[in-house]
Design a protein around this ligand. Structure first.
Ligand SMILES: O=C(CO)COP(=O)(O)O
Length: 295
């Protein structure tokens, strides 16, 4: 994250916090309330997610949790990890919750019921799981989730009080035919069409170019920065300048302990969503601390 942008977001958050402490006249109260909501997600902190995908055994999860608990995480970083559903209770019981929040990798588009194999947003809230990853390219490609369906899922998850990591990104074909930004904008629009500007306070965008996921082919820092800057600009024009300045944009796709520091220097990279390397405790801890290391 660029130092200047980070400082600006923090200053705005600090101003809001001071306003909350000082209180306001009743005429000003509604505006203050709206800004207080924004404090929830617009912390200005670097944010790293670990998406464990469909990996692990009881034994490997135990080892990973042990390694994560042993890691020192910079206080200026928000971290969430997304284990497979069956391991979540175990991880909740054993992982240090002061350092790591828990995320689900998916949830259903509406209230639960006769939807075999699905997990509802209400269940996540009931199980004390604050985050959910939605729109991952693997679900879009392998489970047929359209952008409109993802939009409805984001809307429903937010309405139940979850925080959402919204994944977007282009395939190799789309990049090579110059459609990267159009694809990202269309995926964002499908969500923006069904949620409000205030809802974005509880969303983190994860830009994950499909060609970089699990391939070892990481986007260069400049490639990632260009797309992140475009996403932020789109947010300014289509949501609001305030949301654009606060929203955190993670990069995902073959991030590892060796390439994270350079990516983290980029102005519009506010964190990472990590797959493979999040299964290796010390590598993930290094990635979590990359914003500090790259200063
Ligand atoms: O899909 C990802 C995170 O959601 C990225 O996966 P990799 O880090 O394994 O490329």
């Amino acid at each position: 994250m660029g130092v200047a942008r980070c400082a600006a977001v923090r200053a705005s958050v600090a101003r809001t916090t001071v306003s909350r402490r000082e209180g306001r006249s009743s005429a000003q109260a509604p505006a203050v309330r709206r800004r207080c909501v924004a404090v929830n997600a617009g912390t200005g902190k670097f944010i790293v997610g670990g998406n464990w995908k469909c990996n692990g055994t009881a034994a490997s999860v135990k080892d990973l949790v042990k390694a994560l608990n042993a890691g020192k995480i910079d206080a200026d970083v928000d971290v969430y990890v997304a284990p497979p559903f069956v391991f979540i209770p175990r991880v909740q019981a054993e992982l240090n919750s002061e350092k790591y929040a828990i995320a689900a990798q998916n949830c259903w588009v509406s209230e639960g019921g006769a939807f075999t194999g699905e997990v509802s947003a209400e269940m996540l809230v009931d199980a004390n799981i604050p985050w959910v990853i939605l729109g991952h390219s693997e679900r879009r490609a392998l489970c047929g989730e359209t952008s409109e369906f993802v939009g409805e899922k984001v809307k429903y998850a937010l309405s139940k009080g979850l925080k959402v990591a919204l994944c977007i990104g282009e395939t190799l074909d789309q990049r090579e035919s110059g459609k990267t930004m159009d694809v990202c904008y269309a995926q964002l629009k499908a969500v923006n069409d069904v949620i409000t500007a205030a809802d974005w306070d509880n969303v983190v965008i994860a830009y994950e170019p499909v060609w970089a996921i699990g391939t070892g082919k990481v986007a260069t820092p400049d490639q990632a920065q260009d797309v992140h800057a475009g996403i932020r600009k789109w947010c300014a024009s289509n949501i609001s300048p305030e949301v654009a300045s606060k929203i955190r944009i993670q990069y995902g796709g073959s991030v590892n302990a060796s390439n994270c520091d350079e990516l983290a220097t980029k102005e519009d990279i506010d964190g990472f969503l990590v797959g493979g390397a999040s299964l290796i405790g010390d590598a993930f801890v290094t990635i979590c601390n990359s914003a500090k290391n790259s200063k």
